[in-house]
Design a protein around this ligand. Structure first.
Ligand SMILES: [Zn+2]
Ligand SMILES: [Zn+2]
Length: 129
């Protein structure tokens, strides 16, 4: 019960702090007014929920927090790397995020630089903007 409420809080936070762009990215805008369109990772302070039900204020990367919230994963300390299929670091759209190996994550970079995905990436990189 506590967990589902917690995950819902994360989803609410995401809805309230993002703007959907024309290409489907969820741009984290938060309270910032300027400099928000830079393609940089953003961070947010939010509670971490532990398996014993206790909470602790922690700083998260926005896209990691949203990924865990939407996928209802509590293991936030895990070494899972959360990749952006769209290559946009500020995007937190759960459909553009996935957990994968660092090497695969790194391999996606040329696809985004070239605006075309190499055919072996699964799921495919999102490069049509
Ligand atoms: Zn995106
Ligand atoms: Zn690719």
């Amino acid at each position: 019960m506590e967990r589902s409420k917690y995950f819902e809080e994360i989803r609410k936070l995401a809805r309230e702090n993002t703007k959907v762009t024309e290409n489907g990215c969820w741009w984290w805008i938060g309270r910032a007014r300027s400099g928000v369109y830079e393609d940089k990772y953003c961070k947010v302070r939010f509670d971490q929920l532990f398996s014993d039900g206790t909470r602790k204020r922690t700083q998260f990367y926005c896209h990691r927090l949203v990924y865990f919230g939407f996928n209802e994963i509590l293991d936030m300390d895990s070494s899972l790397e959360i990749s952006h299929l769209c290559g946009k670091r500020r995007c937190v759209n759960p459909a553009h995020l996935l957990a994968e190996e660092n090497t695969t994550n790194q391999e996606r970079r040329p696809c985004h630089n070239n605006n075309a995905c190499s055919d072996y990436h699964s799921p495919t990189c999102i490069t049509e903007f």
